[in-house]
Ligand binder design. Structure first.
Ligand code: FMN
Length: 186
């Protein structure tokens, strides 16, 4: 074992104690569960509870990811904003399918949201631009607010025995179904 491997192995992956996610007591609506986890992360004082990893697919098929901030959640979906001509902006213009991954280390929770990103209108984008700390009074036609309309969720709650609880929600007939995802033993 290398020195690095020994150091890495000594680091705890999760804090203890961890909250428990009961598969028997879940809301029908994944947005409600997401919102309760986000609210709890904010209330706990976790740093950047609104940061997530945002993954797109490049034209050559390679998945690429970066950190973004979720700006709001409404009927359009999970809002984020960026430059339209950034790499991710260009990737979304080609393929609107994208994934958001939230990780709240203090509670051992992870949520993956997969869906389709839609560009919101200019008024929403410019309002977002004006609210940025770096705003200097000039509009920015390259700034774009998007909403990711969710089609799949996977909620993961880590467990101290490492038999983590994972729940998948899938969109069906305008509603949602959910079921546990089997976690390989070990
Ligand atoms: C905590 C954090 C939050 C960020 N939030 C945003 C954001 O909301 N919008 C954005 O365009 N870039 C944000 N960035 C920068 C992106 O991660 C990325 O470097 C940049 O948008 C360029 O990405 P691209 O070349 O893949 O398009 C953030 C970075 C960090 C570390």
């Amino acid at each position: 074992m290398s020195d690095l491997e020994a150091v890495l192995r000594s680091l705890p992956a999760f804090p203890e104690p961890l909250p428990v996610l009961s598969a028997d007591d879940l809301p029908e609506d994944p947005h409600a569960l997401f919102r309760s986890w986000l609210d709890e992360a904010i209330a706990s004082g976790a740093r950047q509870p609104h940061a997530m990893t945002f993954a797109t697919v490049r034209a050559d098929g390679v998945p690429v990811a970066r950190t973004l901030i979720v700006k709001d959640i409404d009927d359009d979906g999970y809002h984020f904003s960026t430059h339209r001509t950034s790499r991710k902006g260009m990737e979304l213009a080609e393929r609107a399918r994208a994934t958001m991954l939230f990780f709240w280390r203090e509670s051992g929770r992870q949520v993956r949201i997969t869906g389709t990103a839609a560009a919101l209108d200019d008024a929403a984008s410019q309002r977002d631009w004006r609210e940025r700390p770096s705003y200097t009074g000039e509009p920015n036609p390259d700034w774009q607010r998007y909403a990711l309309a969710a089609e799949e969720f996977e909620f993961m709650q880590a467990r101290e025995d490492r038999r983590h609880t994972r729940i998948e929600y899938l969109r069906s007939d305008g509603g949602w179904t959910h079921a546990p995802v089997a976690t390989p033993a070990g």
